[in-house]
Design a protein around this ligand. Structure first.
Ligand code: GDP
Length: 614
C-alpha cells in the first residue's frame, strides 16, 4: 500500500534555497505527486526546483547525493516541506506482478490437492517420513515406482492426491516466506517421542503460526523403548498446541516413520484437514505458482521445479518466473515422465528458461511470448532499482547518519564468534552500550562460521553482522553483498565496541582499515627441520604478498593470526603471488598448518576519513 504524505507547513529557511533559483524562470509548484523511486532530477522537473539546489539542500542536511540518486519517502517529504509543496505519493500499479490477482468465480473452482510441508527438529525423522511416504504410495503403474528428487512430490492416499514439499526443513521455508511466497496449506510438525519438544520444534511452530498455516502434529519414533508420548503432549500444551482429544484444535498422529506404523492414519488426517480447508483452484486458466527449486543443469540448461497454485501449465506456454522467462520446452513430473499438461498443486520440472530463477519466486504464464519477455525484463530492471534503493537505506555509513539525524533508535546486531562463551561476552558488552537515544539489540549471538541463515536474519531485521575470529567464505561474502548486509570482522572486542560507539554517535572513523589481499588454500605440507612447516599453496583469489599479515582459517574459524614468514615460487623468494599460481610459504613463529587450511593475506590501508559528520 502506498502511503500518502502531505505537507504544507511554513518554513522560513526555505528562502535560502528558493533564492538561488536564478536560471529557472518557472515558479515552484505548490502541489505535486511522485511515485516510488523518484530521482533528484525527476523531482526537480516535477516541482521546478533547481536540481542543484536540491543537492545543496541535502548536502547541508548531511546527505551526499547526485542528480540520479533515488530519494526515499522521508527525503522527498523533507524537500517538499522546505519548499512549501503539498506532496502526495502515487499508488503504483504493478503491471509486472506475477501474483494471481484475478479472483475466480466460485463455479470455476475445482478441488485441488493439499500442499504439505514437514518441519521439525533435526533428527526427529523428517527425511525418514518423507522417504517412507514417497516409497509406499507410488502406484505400480508409475514409471517402475521410481521417483526422482525435484524438491516436491505427489502421493496417492485412498485415491486422492497429496503434494509434499520435500525441502530440507525450515531454512527453505524461511527463504520462501522471505520472498512472500505462501505455498503450503498444511504444516506437519514432527516431534520425536524420545526427545520431545526441542528449539527447532518451537521455531517450526512459530513459522507455521506466523504464516497462518494449520498444523498437524506427528509424534514420531513411538517404536522406541524410551518414547515418552505424554511428555510430548504436555510440552506442546505448554506451547499452546492442544490436541483434539484434550478439547483443543490440533490433530495429533502417533507414528513410526521407520516402520510406517500410523503413517496411513497421518495421511488420512491430512485429507480430513484438507477437506475442511476447502482447497480449490481454477484449472481453466493460465498457470500461476511458485518456484520450489531451480538450478543450472549441465546438459539441460536452467531447470526449475514449479508448484502450480492455480491454472494449468502446458508445453509451449510463455512463462515468467522471477526475472527469467521462456516458452516452456518440456514439462517433467515428479516421477520423471514427460507430460504435456500440469494441474493445480502439481509439482513439475520445466526446461527452457533463459536464466535460473530463485526458490520462492512467483511464476505466471502470459498470453504471448512478447509480453512474457517484456515483463521479465521490466522485473529485472525493477530488481536492480530496488537493490539500489535498499543499499541507500541500509549501508553501514547510512545507519550512522540515520542515528545522527535521530531517525534510528535501535541497532540490531548479529554476533558470531569462534567460541560460544565469547559470543555471549560480546553480546553483553554490546548491549551495555545502549543509551537513552539508541538501543543496541543483539538478535543472535552464537559460535560458528557466518552462515546463510545469519545473512537472511540480518536482511530481515536490518542487522549488522559482527564476526570475531571467524571469516565468511566466498559464497557468504557474495550473498552478503547481494543483500547489502554489512559484515564487520574483528579479533579484538574493544575495537568492535569502539566502532559501535562511534556509529551510535553518528561518527565513523576508520582512518586505517584492514584490507584483505587474497586467499590461498594449503594443498601440501612439508616439514623441514630447520625451517619448520612449509605450506604448498594455491592462491585462489587476489594476491598474497611477502611479509603481509595472515590469518589461518580452518573450517571457517580463524585459528591463528600473524605474519607471513617467507613466500617462494620454485625455491625463489618472491614479493607476491597472484591468483591462479602455486607458492610455498611459511608463517612466522607458527607451524601447525594443515592441508585444506585457508591462508588469508591482509594489510592495513588508509581509507577515506569519514569523521567530519559532527
Ligand atoms: P531429520 O533430520 O528430521 O530428517 O531426521 P531423519 O529422518 O534423518 O532421522 C534421524 C534418525 O532417526 C535416523 O537415524 C532415522 O533412522 C531415525 N528414525 C526416524 N524415524 C524413526 C522412527 O520412527 N523410529 C526409530 N526407531 N528411528 C527413527
Amino acid at each position: 500500500m502506498a502511503n500518502k504524505n502531505q505537507h504544507n507547513k511554513k518554513n522560513n529557511n526555505n528562502k535560502n534555497y528558493k533564492g538561488n533559483n536564478s536560471k529557472k524562470t518557472s515558479t515552484i509548484v505548490s502541489e505535486c505527486s511522485y511515485s516510488e523511486g523518484i530521482t533528484v532530477k525527476e523531482l526537480a522537473e516535477k516541482t521546478n526546483i533547481n536540481a542543484t539546489d536540491i543537492v545543496k539542500f541535502l548536502f547541508m542536511m548531511g546527505k551526499m547525493i547526485t542528480l540520479n540518486s533515488t530519494l526515499d519517502d522521508d527525503t522527498v517529504e523533507l524537500i517538499a516541506m522546505q519548499y512549501n509543496i503539498t506532496i502526495t505519493k502515487e499508488e503504483t500499479v504493478d503491471s509486472n506482478s506475477l501474483e494471481d490477482e484475478v479472483v475466480d468465480n466460485p463455479e470455476d473452482l475445482q478441488p485441488r490437492a493439499p500442499i504439505v510441508t514437514i518441519m521439525g527438529h533435526v533428527d526427529h525423522g523428517k527425511t525418514t517420513l518423507l522417504d517412507f511416504i514417497r516409497k509406499t504410495n507410488v502406484t505400480a503403474s508409475e514409471f517402475g515406482g521410481i521417483t526422482q528428487h525435484i524438491g516436491a512430490y505427489q502421493t496417492d492416499v485412498n485415491g486422492q492426491k497429496v503434494t509434499f514439499l520435500d525441502t530440507p526443513g525450515h531454512e527453505a521455508f524461511t527463504a520462501m516466506r522471505a520472498r512472500g511466497a505462501k505455498m503450503t496449506d498444511i504444516v506437519v510438525i514432527i516431534v520425536a517421542a524420545d526427545d520431545g519438544v526441542m528449539p527447532q520444534t518451537k521455531e517450526a511452530i512459530d513459522h507455521a503460526r506466523a504464516a497462518e498455516v494449520p498444523i498437524i502434529i506427528a509424534i514420531n519414533k513411538i517404536d522406541k523403548h524410551n518414547a515418552n508420548i505424554d511428555k510430548v503432549y504436555n510440552d506442546l500444551a505448554d506451547y499452546g498446541i492442544i490436541p483434539e482429544e484434550w478439547g483443543g484444535q490440533t490433530m495429533f498422529a502417533k507414528i513410526s516413520a521407520k516402520s510406517g506404523l500410523g503413517v496411513q492414519n497421518l495421511l488420512e488426517m491430512i485429507l480430513v484437514l484438507a477437506e475442511v480447508l476447502e482447497l480449490k483452484a481454477n484449472p481453466n486458466k493460465l498457470a500461476t505458482g511458485t518456484v520450489v527449486e531451480a538450478k543450472l543443469d549441465k546438459g539441460r540448461g536452467p531447470v526449475a521445479t514449479l508448484l502450480l497454485q492455480n491454472g494449468c501449465l502446458h508445453t509451449g506456454d510463455s512463462l515468467v518466473a522471477g526475472c527469467s522467462y521462456c516458452r516452456v520446452r518440456k514439462i517433467i513430473d515428479d516421477k520423471g515422465r514427460e507430460v504435456k499438461v500440469a494441474y493445480p498443486s502439481q509439482p513439475v520440472e520445466i526446461i527452457g528458461l533463459n536464466s535460473v530463477p530463485e526458490a520462492g519466486d512467483h511464476f505466471k504464464v502470459f498470453e504471448s511470448e512478447k509480453r512474457a519477455r517484456e515483463v521479465a525484463n521490466n522485473r529485472a530492471e525493477e530488481k536492480i532499482l530496488q537493490e539500489r534503493r535498499n543499499s541507500n537505506g541500509m549501508s553501514f555509513d547510512d545507519i550512522a547518519y540515520q542515528i545522527q539525524e535521530g531517525n534510528l533508535k535501535e541497532i540490531n546486531l548479529i554476533i558470531k564468534s569462534d567460541v560460544s562463551g565469547s559470543a555471549e561476552a560480546v553480546k553483553s558488552s554490546m548491549e551495555k552500550l545502549s543509551n537513552d537515544e539508541v538501543k543496541i539489540s543483539v538478535i543472535r549471538a552464537t559460535a560458528g562460521a557466518i552462515s546463510e541463515s545469519d545473512i537472511m536474519l540480518a536482511s530481515a531485521s536490518n542487522a549488522i553482522i559482527y564476526g570475531f575470529n571467524v571469516r565468511p567464505d566466498a559464497k557468504i561474502k557474495k550473498l552478503a553483498e547481494e543483500n547489502k548486509i554489512s559484515i564487520r570482522l574483528h579479533n579484538i572486542i574493544y575495537k568492535a565496541l569502539e566502532e559501535v560507539e562511534a556509529m551510535m554517535k553518528g561518527m565513523l572513523a576508520p582512518v586505517y582499515q584492514e584490507v584483505v589481499l587474497g586467499q590461498a588454500t594449503v594443498r601440501q605440507i612439508f616439514k623441514v627441520s630447520k625451517i619448520g612447516t612449509i605450506a604448498g599453496c594455491m592462491v585462489d583469489d587476489g594476491v598474497i604478498k611477502n611479509g603481509c599479515g595472515i590469518r589461518l582459517i580452518r573450517d571457517g574459524v580463524v585459528v591463528y593470526t600473524g605474519k607471513l614468514g617467507s613466500l617462494q615460487r620454485f625455491k625463489d623468494n618472491v614479493k607476491e603471488v597472484k591468483a591462479g599460481y602455486e607458492c610455498g610459504l611459511t608463517i612466522e613463529k607458527f607451524n601447525d598448518i594443515k592441508e585444506g587450511d585457508i591462508i588469508e593475506g591482509y594489510e592495513d590501508q588508509q581509507v577515506k576519513d569519514e569523521t567530519n559528520a559532527s
